[in-house]
Write a protein that binds this ligand. Structure first.
Ligand SMILES: [Zn+2]
Length: 78
């Protein structure tokens, strides 16, 4: 049984999109500005991007990435 597929089916039935964010999505390792990925040890609190120069709190960076991953395709369900 594929739970995600069933959920997707139900969501389609009710006319909304289901977005499943991969739990291995590297939200804290990915630059929320340019998409650069780098290792982020837990003791590093600020994401400093060598590519675009972004310097941002790691949690803020991660939450922006998750928001963008979910994006504008989500509709309110029900
Ligand atoms: Zn960057």
């Amino acid at each position: 049984m594929n739970f995600t597929r069933q959920l997707k089916y139900k969501c389609q039935w009710y006319g909304c999109d289901l977005v499943v964010v991969d739990r291995f999505f590297p939200s804290s390792k990915t630059c929320s500005n340019c998409g650069h990925v780098q290792d982020m040890p837990l003791n590093v609190r600020t994401y400093d991007c060598p590519d675009c120069g972004l310097s941002i709190d790691r949690d803020l960076n991660a939450s922006i990435n998750l928001r963008d991953a979910v994006g504008s395709t989500v509709n309110a369900c029900g």
